[in-house]
Write a protein that binds this ligand. Sequence first.
Ligand code: ADP
Ligand code: ZN
Length: 605
Amino acid sequence: MNIAEQNLKADDILKQIFGYSSYRNGQEEIVKNILDGKQTLAIMPTGAGKSLCYQIPAIASELKTVVISPLISLIENQVADLRENGVKVEKLHSNQSSQNRESAWNNFANGECKILYISPERLMTETMINSLKQLEIGLFVVDEIHCVSKWGQSFRPDYEALSKLKTIFKNSNIAGFTATADKTTRLDILDKIFNLEAKTFIKGFDRPNLSLSIVQKTNWKSQIIEFIANRKFQSGIIYCISRNKTEEVATYLNQNGYKASAYHAGLDGTTRDKIQNLFMTEPYHIIVATIAFGMGIDKPDIRFVINLGIPDSIESYYQQIGRAGRDNKPSDTLVIYGLDDLVTRRRMIEQNDNNNEYKLLENKRLDYLLSLCETPKCRRKVLLAYFDETLEKCDNCDNCHNPPLLIDGTILAQKLMSTIYRTGQYFGQAHIINVIRGSEDKKIIERRHNSLSVYGIGKDQSKQFWQSFLRQLLASGHLRINFQKFSAIELTSSGVEVLKNKQKFMFKEIILKGEKKLIRQENKQFDKLTENETSLLNELKSLRLKIAKTQNLPAFTVFHDSTLKQMSHLKPKNEIEMLKVDGVGETKLRKYGKVFLEAINIHTH
Ligand code: ADP
Ligand code: ZN
């Protein structure tokens, strides 16, 4: 049979055996490449339709095909699906009776069927290799091929052994498939499995129905509520870095009228199954999870995914947001992150037992994600560039909707870097920002940092501004965090260039959440309180006095007069509204929020 006949047959197989009217993005090229007898490495996201790409050539070919898959459940599913479609196929793995294995092998060896699914440990035995050498194998397919690489996310030594295939079966073609492989991993795969001679296909990563937004963390509670305010009747996932956080967020959402469950590896199996079932069956439910949640979740109508805290890599980010909108309907994603999350991530890498080379790579992965977070360019383009896919048009990310303004921040950067330099490159961001803003923090006085020339040179800018500015300097590689020195922030060589005025630093306009501004405007409007508000104010003042007395504190340390005035005017009804009052931060909310809310509630009813 010549190649043209084979191609014709491939199209028939698509329609007649699988019942599909057309190929999906990328499938046809890959099928053709394999049928042409060329080595193929295909990287396509989960759900893009990888199996078809090798099943069609396997069915079309007169020669035998061996498919290697790392999971018995994957093998079982694929074999069952193919048999359902009337394709003859056999399987060999360790969970079979020896009788079953024998008949499977006989069917394959005598040509009764020409496709064999096999687990790597079954394949790489001497007996199996020798038996296969007696047959003519046209194609080896390596599914989940990233497992061969130490740089991939799920390295398996029995997969690495597959690197021998190319020398043992010199005349056979090889095709590999995976959903996740960055450049380093790809190169490793090409080297190990293909002698660097495979054509690589990267297809189908764009998910145009997902909107992408990444914001700086100011107040996660109000930021989450704002994002899901109109989504009470939708399903969504919120990913957190720690187990404790998942509990905290879930509790908070439940208190505010949402149906949410925490999900993490610390829960027992039954509880986890129960939660997962609820999520799959209830029309609206929010799962607040660590990464433990999501494997094998195929719920088509997840309408939003939030990352509270930065994920560990672009791959993880892509996988997590990718759980939204499988039905191709518009869905939204949001990352809320702060410098503290970044520090947590870096520390997690540092504390891992892995070798230094691996740590370096993990840090690089995180760097790339950080630059996605801080980029002024289209997020989708930056994201797809990571997977080496290019894109013409997006129009569905925060930077495309609101292109950020770039401002010359060289002088500001010099101020901040001088502060870091003058304090010996020895401190974390909190202290540096305290020095530059001229705070009277105890640590500053103790170290006499108030006598430095840089003390207070940045007091015109808010703390939040400096946090965001510092993050942009980190993302652009002018600063780095040193974990050997207790997370001290240091200048890099490019940072020194900026400090010495040899390089400019442009930064993305920093828009601090409008809330405070808004409230200040409201502030003016209630300089004069109504009679009713004044009586509430007096009640709040006596409540404050009572609390202050029991704690032996001056009254204003509980709340300032201006804060109580604002409370009397705004009459917050819940914690979120309470947080909008000037002078109420998370700590005070935790300490006093409840009693003050109660007092306001009693007064207004
Ligand atoms: P992957 O292995 O890439 O995660 P699968 O091969 O399991 O994806 O395919 C995902 C789903 O898409 C399956 O239900 C498959 O039958 C379906 N599918 C694959 N190719 C096509 C096609 N050309 N047209 C329609 N559906 C397809
Ligand atoms: Zn965009």
